[in-house]
Design a protein around this ligand. Structure first.
Ligand SMILES: NC(=O)c1ccc[n+]([C@@H]2O[C@H](COP(=O)([O-])OP(=O)(O)OC[C@H]3O[C@@H](n4cnc5c(N)ncnc54)[C@H](OP(=O)(O)O)[C@@H]3O)[C@@H](O)[C@H]2O)c1
Length: 309
């Protein structure tokens, strides 16, 4: 799919601009929304969000009603290694985007993360729980949230967690790929969150755009329930095996997070999110993460089997 492209015209519908169009969520949103709205999708090549002047001029010139900002430095270890780049992209750029949207009278839906919480409590987190990040990614994302809401009180900041979907390999895809060839699979059982299927997230965002144009502030969006990386991997292998994938093992060995020696950034241990506010606003209840995972794996069954050959 070409990203720098405007899809379809229908003057009665809001015009949507997507940033971060080459990312996992940017691609999913572009594909889902393009048949329904007039969608323009920009990659970093079309708008580098580190350029504040370019943000102001490009957004002033571009006709749109809703901006979806999926751009970001999203790998915690990259943020830890390049804190200034992370600050500019995750905190400063959203501020400039929010200002440009407010001036234009456009809506902004900005994506953030459950990693704004310290994760020390095992309970699920609500929007008004105190955000105390433990790493550079979380700190810069929180700074971005606060900047967006200060610049544009009508903006919506959607916190999401542990994304998976067809556009970018994530933990369950990697575990399945490994189990096609390896007899032992390990995953951390002491860090938990709420896996979120990007296809479901696209439906919720479409619903918020279409039916709740006034929804603003912080909003948690994820599939229901929570699990550990171990539980997520275990479910993925069981579902893949049921779909006929020739795995060498369907058993995942639990391991502590501290055994992943390659991590540079500390991970908050427990970042499962409550979505009650989303349900209050929309009447929708996100389905359980395992059900969504089963759909994801079933849809890529042929690819998984081809990778085994
Ligand atoms: N993935 C997850 O599990 C997860 C969890 C919680 C929250 N989130 C949040 O959800 C959002 C989307 O995540 P994702 O997984 O789709 O991220 P992603 O795949 O890493 O995509 C992020 C996109 O941002 C772009 N970008 C980076 N620097 C830029 C710049 N200076 N100017 C313009 N674009 C730039 C990247 O462009 P290039 O392709 O050119 O590098 C990339 O396409 C992010 O806000 C992230 O913090 C994600």
């Amino acid at each position: 799919m070409r990203a720098a492209h405007t899809y379809r015209m229908d003057s009665s519908l809001p015009r949507i601009l997507i940033l971060g169009a080459h990312g996992g969520l940017g691609r999913a949103l572009t594909r889902h929304l393009a048949p329904r709205f007039e969608v323009t999708a920009w990659t970093r090549a079309e708008l580098d969000v580190t350029d504040a002047r370019a943000i102001a001029s490009r957004l002033a010139a571009q006709p749109f009603d809703v901006l979806l900002n999926t751009s970001g430095i999203t790998r915690p270890d990259d943020c830890e290694e390049h804190p200034e780049r992370a600050r500019v992209v995750n905190a400063e750029a959203p501020r400039h985007l929010a200002r440009a949207c407010r001036i234009k009278g456009a809506r902004l839906i900005h994506f953030s993360t459950g990693y704004v919480f310290d994760g020390e409590s095992r309970r699920m987190w609500a929007e008004d729980d105190p955000a105390v990040p433990v790493n550079c990614y979380g700190r810069t994302k929180l700074e971005g949230e606060l900047a967006v809401l200060a610049e544009h009180p009508g903006a919506l900041v959607a916190r999401v967690t542990w994304l998976f979907g067809p556009d970018k390999d994530s933990h369950p895809d990697q575990m399945i790929a490994r189990a096609l060839h390896a007899a032992e699979i390990r995953a951390a059982d002491d860090t938990t969150s709420s896996p979120t299927f990007t296809q479901d997230l696209c439906v919720w965002i479409e619903h918020l755009i279409t039916h709740h144009p006034q929804a603003c502030g912080l909003l948690h969006l994820c599939n229901s329930g929570s699990t550990s990386w171990h539980g997520w991997a275990q479910a993925a292998l069981e579902i893949a095996a049921d779909c006929g994938a020739p795995l060498r093992t369907t058993r995942v060995t639990p391991a502590p997070l501290s055994s992943v020696v390659s991590f540079k950034a500390r991970r908050p241990p427990h970042t499962g999110l409550l979505t009650d506010r989303f349900t209050q606003i929309t009447g929708l209840t996100p389905r359980p993460w395992r059900e969504a995972l089963a759909d994801h794996i079933a849809s890529k069954q042929r690819l998984i089997c081809a990778a085994a050959e």
